[in-house]
Ligand binder design. Structure first.
Ligand code: ZN
Length: 340
């Protein structure tokens, strides 16, 4: 049901919209118009770059808008498809979930052609955009709920060639940390659908919380361009961390549900460890305080194992079951390739 005036086969730069039918109380015949840019020239890979899968994560949305304005097709070898704010209604509302149907786009795949707005967006990607892409970049952060040490991340996909390609692309972001994650909260994720279609999928968690430091905007913009050079769609040699005078990245994994610490009770979360810090098994990562019982000792959240503090809850106010901390264990590239 989604239509567009973009001709994906046409060279040059096109700025247009994806039109999603949306009939509501104040407009019977209406479209949600999701901005999209294509930049194409000659032979080369097709790379789909997505921001705003969750509306309250602006790092990627800003980097993609900047790139769409700045990039001349003279620098492109192949085709770039840029969608800054994929869940456009959520981005306008600054919410994780869509305000028009309450859905989480990152749990809506493979989607439905005659479903709600969010289901239709997922279906369009699954059936129209993923099939024409060689690589899919989906830029996330922790939004309003979590703050991550800025990192590129990935699933450990079973196909070894795909895994190796994703590892290389993840590391081309040049973040200090890389992170291998597993899905502890539901299915229907965008990257999983793209992975199942055999694509090289690059995802990130670039900070989080409501304020974004300038350094994180730089990681988003420079990292994105470096990955595009690594994939060969953008002219120029990619920078290695070594060429930038940086040490190798710390690659971490959290492939066990135990690494994702959920609040055992509601309260006010006090984080006790800085993001990126090394922690030991049993070390307190934070405390949950009860405003109604200041006389009572807070509930201690302890690290399940040795590792690094990869993410922490952003707002202090916490409900039982919210994720308050994520621990990643250090792992080598060789060990990642050995994983089942
Ligand atoms: Zn997200």
């Amino acid at each position: 049901m989604i239509r567009t005036d973009i001709d994906f086969e046409r060279p040059g730069t096109q700025h247009g919209v994806l039109r999603v039918p949306y009939s509501h109380n104040l407009a019977g015949w209406a479209n949600i118009m999701i901005p999209i840019t294509t930049i194409a020239r000659g032979e080369g890979p097709t790379v789909l770059v997505l921001g705003g899968n969750h509306g309250d994560e602006y790092q990627g949305q800003i980097a993609i808008m900047k790139l769409a304005r700045a990039l001349s097709d003279q620098k492109v070898h192949g085709r770039l498809i840029l969608i800054a704010s994929l869940n456009f209604p959520a981005a306008l509302a600054s919410t994780r979930l869509s305000p028009v149907d309450g859905m989480n786009l990152n749990r809506a795949f493979p989607g439905s052609a005659d479903g709600t707005v969010t289901s239709q967006i997922a279906h369009y990607l699954t059936h129209e955009l993923f099939p024409i892409a060689d690589a899919v970049i989906d830029i996330h952060s922790g939004g309003r709920s979590m703050e991550f040490i800025p990192c590129a991340h990935m699933h450990v996909v079973p196909d070894r060639d795909q895994r190796r390609a994703m590892l290389g692309a993840m590391m081309a972001w040049n973040t200090n940390f890389c992170f291998l994650y597993t899905d502890i909260a539901g299915s229907g994720l965008l990257p999983v659908e793209a992975e199942n279609q055999g694509k090289t999928v690059i995802t990130t968690e670039l900070g989080g919380g409501e304020g974004i430091p300038a350094s994180v905007h730089r990681i988003a913009y420079h990292g994105l361009q470096n990955v595009l050079r690594h994939l060969g769609v953008l002219a120029g040699q990619p920078h290695s961390r070594e060429s930038l005078g940086l040490p190798p990245p710390i690659i971490t994994q959290a492939l066990d549900a135990q690494n994702y610490l959920l609040a055992p009770e509601s309260g006010i979360f006090e984080v006790a460890v800085d993001l990126g810090a090394r922690v030991s098994a049993g070390e307190p990562l934070g405390y949950i305080h009860d405003l109604e019982r200041p006389d009572r000792e807070p509930n201690t959240i302890a690290s399940p194992r040795d590792g690094f503090m990869i993410a922490a809850r952003a707002p202090c106010k916490t409900q039982q079951g919210d994720c308050v901390a994520v621990i990643g264990e250090e792992v080598s590239v060789d060990a990642v390739m050995q994983l089942p």
